[in-house]
Write a protein that binds this ligand. Structure first.
Ligand code: AMP
Ligand code: GLY
Length: 427
């Protein structure tokens, strides 16, 4: 089959790398792609916001499946536009993508379907929101309703911070995303990410991971899109995975179908593992970045066939996803100044040396500048490796990181620390 993959980050490079290994793939196009993706796909200039142009490209190049990497085009209804033209899409409709696009939508769905999640109040007026804060203890979590590129969540430690966060959101600090807000009780526990693939009827687990959202070692500094991840997440035991499927993911998929918004694609559940059991923090309607990179490192099946079966509503007939028993770990190399104001243009060298260590490299925000590879985004490069433990995967990944010369960038040095400590304690 011919596939068009939309996006151009590390997540999409990992998807392109895995799709290119699919026996059922004929030709892979990526729009816009990046210099790493160009090694396994034909990169084309396409604006995912121009639905007609994407549909036209698909017809010209006889595309059998469009895989949408990022959330924005899905929330914007690209999948609906393409399906209306008879083109198969891996990714949810606009209505189903509300699971990521609107936090208030997801909270209300959790109420209707009895899905465990933090107690909340939604509000579209500042006065009502400030009054509602009185009902919550501390810390308290304030969220802009809409997409805010991962920045629309404030965990307030004091009443003054909470009051200020509410005021900032209604003052337009998060644009249209903050015209409606959700105030939530703070959940105590360890966070983990769980992935499932569904065609709206059948749901299959697609692995777990743990991300590192803060920019600095020891989980310090501002939040980022994610500085590194590993998969699987041992904290999500088989028993907990079963509970997450039964209590969170399956009821969500069933409710979406029953309400006429069948969800198709990958469903990414951000979970808090609390003393009372797993609770849903949020849904995303796409793969995580960099969680996707570690999932693709471990996935052993035909990704193209799995995605097409999902897009065509035939997931029940598809082979169940099979993953390597090994742990995959990835470290994000970011440009100096990330996340606030990443420096562009920093030269990156040593890619071949890093690959010679056995590591796998995914480009996230790179560009070619003459003979040089340079930084062209906040998160620039992902180095990944497999190992028999988190400790071993970490060692192998950092061997690759150490081989890269990127004076204009940095990486966290402690990705995987929670599990590395647990593994050391277990001996
Ligand atoms: P979200 O964008 O909803 O994933 O929120 C971003 C981050 O804020 C999460 O990864 C959590 O670390 C934190 N967070 C969000 N909601 C809660 C909550 N109810 N309790 C504790 N932490 C939360
Ligand atoms: N790494 C977090 C996310 O993709 O949302």
């Amino acid at each position: 089959m011919n596939i068009l993959l939309l996006g151009g980050g590390g997540r999409e490079h990992a998807l392109a790398w895995k799709l290119a290994q699919s026996p059922s793939l004929r030709k892979l196009f990526a729009g816009p792609g990046n210099p790493g993706i160009a090694e396994c796909a034909t990169c084309v200039t396409l604006d995912a916001g121009d639905h007609e142009a994407v549909a036209e490209f698909c017809k010209d190049r006889q595309i059998d499946l469009v895989v949408v990497g990022p959330e924005a085009p899905l929330v914007d209804g690209l999948a609906d536009s393409l399906r209306a033209e008879g083109i198969a899409v891996f990714g949810p409709s606009k209505a189903a993508a509300q699971l990521e696009g609107s936090k208030a939508f997801t909270k209300a769905l959790c109420d209707r379907a009895g899905i465990p999640t933090a107690a909340y109040v939604r509000s579209s007026s500042e006065d009502a929101a400030q009054a509602a804060l009185q009902k919550f203890g501390l810390p308290v979590v304030i969220k802009a309703d809409g997409l805010a590129a991962g920045k629309g969540v404030i965990v307030a430690q004091t009443h003054e911070q909470a009051r200020q966060a509410v005021a900032d959101m209604f003052a337009g600090g998060f644009g249209a995303a903050g015209q409606e807000i959700v105030i939530e009780a703070f959940l105590e526990g360890e966070e983990a990410s769980f992935f499932a693939i569904t065609d709206g009827k059948t749901v299959v687990p697609f692995g777990s991971a743990q991300d590192h959202k803060r920019v600095g070692d020891g989980d310090t500094g501002p939040n980022t899109g994610g500085m590194g991840a590993y998969s699987p997440a041992p904290v999500l035991t088989e028993a907990l995975t079963g509970q997450v499927m039964r209590e969170i993911v399956e009821p969500t998929v069933a409710a979406m179908a029953a309400e006429g918004m069948p969800y198709s694609g990958v469903l990414y559940a951000g979970l808090m593992l609390t003393a009372e059991g797993p609770q849903l923090i949020e849904y995303n309607c796409r793969f995580g970045d960099p969680e996707c990179q570690v999932l693709m490192m471990r996935f052993e099946g035909d990704m193209a066939a799995l995605m097409l079966a999902t897009a065509q509503g035939r997931l029940a007939e598809a082979e169940l996803p099979v993953f390597s028993e090994q742990t995959a770990l990835t470290v994000v190399m970011a440009a100096n100044g990330y996340p606030a104001s990443p420096e562009k243009g920093g030269v990156i060298a040593g890619i071949d040396r890093a690959k010679a260590t056995g590591a796998t490299l995914f480009h996230a925000g790179t560009a070619r500048d003459g003979d040089h590879l340079v930084a062209a985004g906040g998160r620039v490069l992902n180095v990944a490796a497999l190992g028999t433990s988190v400790t071993e995967a970490k060692q192998r990944t950092y061997d690759g990181v150490d081989a890269i010369a990127f004076p204009g960038g940095f990486a966290r040095g402690d990705i995987g620390w929670r599990e590395v400590e647990r593994e050391a304690r277990r001996g």
